[in-house]
Design a protein around this ligand. Structure first.
Ligand code: RFL
Length: 394
């Protein structure tokens, strides 16, 4: 078996790279451990930045998204029992798009496999990488039906298998440097079968802890509740969840929360890492395999798409025209944005979690930051720029 590129992982990063290669009539094989049905239903992120939507659109990958996604122009902060609207589109002219990750994945799989004729193998087992520091690397896996090992020789491997994949294991300390940050905070991530309770995203800063409200669709809403890291979701009964949400998101004049059945309830421990460089020999990492950003600032899916645009275009230039400049500059071209988003997530985490830290000094500085955001136009535009992600300049 031979293919110019093997892509490991069919998430937003891997599928976008596969689609870019197929659009240039280049062959690749995408390997995915889960089934197609599973990845098309796995709920995760939902916020797309405008430059990411435009990047998908330019590559013919945003037809359904532009028909179905909601376009948001503002968000709302609640603290001290009051509501504060933040009209970022009015400030910057840019928007957020709300589109559940599983719908984007469904669109990308359909386009890659059914429209562009791409090769994708689901349910593969025991993926291993070989000879990465030679010019003929290979990837092997166990075929789910025959149980046999299959080896694919290639020119390049794209490691897009997320935070728990096989490519991260290859990156021993001699091969790449990993910087980590642990926030020491947990978020109970909830999906409620209930229409959104507000016309935009809401961030609630409360002495009991942070709470977030994010629309996903007219029928489903994501909520977050700050909790101790490692907390057991079973500690959070239906009644406890809704009473905490009501309390933490409560504010004068706020519409009441629309309650509903909780269809997902899991605890996410907030931590982040960055792998540098994002390359080892012929292995190029993209998305969560290269860097994890705690979902505090909703940046992960956007970074995965940014990597995929840069890597997809660089592979096309190399394989189509023998131009290797994109590949040699790949890691540097991505890490600027990666670190920028890491820093913003850390800054935002201080705002979200300061008032519940139990430390009156941190609570005081948090409230000062919030007042500055709503009192100073230049602080507001700096925030809006980072909240929306920069469109260019990296
Ligand atoms: P993915 O989506 O994890 O895809 C990796 C794919 O690789 C497969 N895989 C393997 N395949 C072959 N061999 C192996 N050994 C493999 N191991 C794993 C997996 O099954 C999977 O299909 O990575 P990618 O493409 O880098 O995309 C990253 C995003 O998924 C991630 O950053 C976001 O979901 C993070 N995130 C959010 N990001 C945002 O931009 N906005 C948000 O609002 C947002 N909310 C979230 C989030 C992540 C969450 N969780 C559960 C992690 C909310 C949550 C709850």
């Amino acid at each position: 078996h031979r293919s110019p590129v093997v892509v490991i992982g069919a998430g937003p990063a891997g599928l976008t790279i596969g689609n870019i290669l197929r659009a240039a009539s280049l062959d690749c094989v995408v390997l995915e451990i889960e089934t197609r049905e599973f990845i098309e239903r796995r709920p995760r992120a939902g916020v797309l930045e405008e430059w990411a939507v435009r990047g998908l659109e330019e590559r013919g990958l945003a037809v359904s998204l532009l028909e179905r996604a909601q376009r948001h122009a503002e968000c709302e902060f609640r603290f001290g029992g009051e509501r504060y609207r933040f009209e970022y589109a009015e400030l910057t002219g840019h928007h957020h798009w709300i589109y559940p990750q599983q719908l984007l994945v469904t669109d990308l799989v359909r386009e890659y496999a059914d429209v562009r004729g791409g090769d994708i193998r689901f349910g593969v087992r025991d993926v291993e990488l070989h000879d990465l520091d030679t010019d003929r690397p290979a990837v092997s896996y166990t075929d789910p039906e025959s149980g046999e090992r299959v080896l694919i020789r290639c020119d390049f491997v794209a490691g897009c298998d997320g935070a728990r994949g096989a490519t991260r294991a290859v990156l021993t300390p001699e091969r790449a440097h990993v910087s980590r940050f642990d926030y020491g905070i947990g978020w109970l991530a909830l999906l409620a079968e209930a229409p959104p309770s507000n016309d935009c995203v809401v961030f609630g800063m409360h002495p009991n802890g942070f709470a977030g409200h994010m629309a996903r669709s007219p029928e489903v809403t994501r909520y977050y509740l700050e909790c101790p890291p490692g907390d057991d979701p079973e500690n959070w009964s239906h009644d406890r969840v809704w009473s905490e949400l009501r309390e933490r998101l409560g504010a004068a004049g706020a519409p009441p929360l629309t309650e509903g059945r909780l269809i997902e309830k899991r605890v996410l421990d907030m931590h982040s890492y960055v792998v540098e460089p994002m390359v080892f020999g012929r292995l190029f990492l993209a998305g969560d395999a290269a860097h994890l950003t705690a979902p505090i600032a909703a940046k992960g899916m956007n970074l995965a798409l940014h990597d995929a645009f840069v890597l997809g275009d660089a592979l096309v230039a190399q394989l189509g025209k023998g131009d290797g400049t994109g590949l040699s500059g790949y890691s540097a071209a991505c890490l600027g944005r990666v670190w920028d988003y890491q820093e913003f997530s850390q800054w935002l985490s201080d705002i979200y979690h300061g008032t519940s830290s139990g430390d009156p000094y941190r609570a005081g500085t948090t409230l000062a930051r919030l007042r500055r955001l709503f009192g100073s136009p230049s602080a507001a535009s700096a925030f809006a720029e980072q909240y929306l992600g920069k469109g260019s300049g990296y």
